[in-house]
Design a protein around this ligand. Structure first.
Ligand SMILES: [Zn+2]
Ligand SMILES: [Zn+2]
Length: 120
């Protein structure tokens, strides 16, 4: 698959990456549309939040279509159209169980600490 990558120093380029395989509880999606947020422009120029992990694929406003499901996924079907939540969280730590997923012990942020969406 092709993706866009930035180093946070004003550079942005295309990269070929292997197609990911969904782990249990995960869905693999094909990106259908991505919004360009003002923070994406900042990310390219190194003005993201301090937890930003470069090199990075920006894009956290993502609409997609489910193309493959990992084991134990029952709430989605292949072909479903979805909007991605910007946070990836464990769902089992104390903060998650209390509804404070944004304080998850294992919080990851799409387009900041894990790859965001690229529409090609
Ligand atoms: Zn945004
Ligand atoms: Zn958690």
């Amino acid at each position: 698959m092709k993706t866009i990558v930035t180093n946070g120093e004003g550079d942005i380029w295309d990269e070929e990456r292997p197609r990911p395989e969904p782990d249990p509880g995960e869905a693999l999606v094909r990106i259908r549309a991505v919004g360009i947020c003002g923070s994406d422009i900042g990310l390219i120029h190194g003005e993201g939040p301090p937890w930003t992990e470069y090199p990075l694929t920006p894009g956290h406003e993502v609409c997609a279509e489910v193309v493959e499901l990992g084991d134990d996924v029952e709430s989605l079907s292949v072909g479903d159209r979805v909007a991605l939540h910007g946070f990836v969280y464990c769902g089992t730590c104390t903060a998650c169980r209390e509804g404070r997923y944004y304080q998850c012990d294992d919080l990851r942020e799409i387009g900041f600490t894990v790859a965001g969406g690229t529409r090609r």
